[in-house]
Design a binder for this molecule. Structure first.
Ligand code: ATP
Length: 235
């Protein structure tokens, strides 16, 4: 569904991505793990068209998307829930969700999708009239993920959904990620520092170090890999 081929990206003179090649198949959950500053967020921003690439290409369903505007990429069905949540603090939960669907015109379906989200995250239903900025960190993360889902993406890109959250909330969010993948058949590309939980839900994973992909395997095999255990799982 999505392919990065030999992608290079820079911030000024600093090369952040080196020859990055990865594939994400229809219906898969793929995770990209790596330390702080490895280049994970840059990879997502390159896919979304926010960071331009200088070498290689990015294909969505076989067609190049590098060079397209971010809104054009969203309209193809690529939707991102960014790191740090970035919800609209002064808009209510419902209004934030409506913003996720701004490119859609199918009003009845939008309403149905919102009900589906309230079923996935009952706490958001309780808080539907509350401004986003008054939600807890975990609730804001749920809202950011839900807002991205309101675009009805073909592929959902998630940047560190576990960041700063309590273990119970992380567990809940990852259960929903698995459910969205299994029940709605949404393809998911998940960037995470919490390698343990990310590799548990992912079909396959990639390890990134200093802007380079250094390892790839199934989630289960990476969890058993000695180098991964030492570097990312603290075992
Ligand atoms: P984290 O887990 O800490 O978010 P990351 O793996 O997502 O890290 P990136 O944010 O992609 O890493 O950063 C990759 C490299 O690019 C880092 O060395 C970072 O300092 C650098 N970088 C990121 N954004 C910019 C920017 N706007 N200008 C210059 N350098 C940047």
């Amino acid at each position: 569904m999505l392919e990065m081929k030999n992608v290079d990206a820079y911030y000024g003179n600093i090369q952040a991505l080196h020859d990055v090649t990865l594939t994400i198949g229809q219906g898969e959950i793929i995770t990209l793990i790596g330390a702080n500053g490895a280049g994970k967020s840059t990879t997502l921003m390159a896919i979304c068209g926010v960071v331009p690439i200088q070498g290689g290409e990015i294909l969505f369903e076989g067609k190049p998307i590098n060079g397209m505007r971010p809104d054009e990429i969203v309209s193809l069905g690529v939707s991102q829930a960014p790191e740090g949540r970035l919800i609209f603090p002064d808009l209510t939960v419902t209004e934030n969700l409506d913003m996720g669907a701004f490119q859609r015109t199918d009003k009845a379906e939008i309403k149905r999708d919102m009900e589906h989200i309230f079923e996935l995250f009952p706490i958001l239903a309780e808080r539907r009239r509350q401004p986003g900025g008054t939600l807890s960190g975990g609730e804001q993360q749920m809202l950011a993920t839900s807002r991205a889902l309101m675009a009805r993406p073909r592929i959902l890109l998630l940047d560190e959904p576990s960041m700063g959250l309590a273990p119970m909330v992380i567990k809940q969010i990852f259960e929903v990620i698995s459910r969205i993948n299994q029940e709605d058949r949404t393809t998911i590309f998940l960037v995470e520092q919490n390698a343990n939980i990310a590799l548990q839900v992912a079909h396959r994973g990639y390890v990134m170090e200093n802007g380079r992909i250094t390892m790839t395997n199934t989630g289960a095999n990476l969890l058993e890999d000695e180098a991964v255990k030492t570097a990312y799982l603290g075992i």
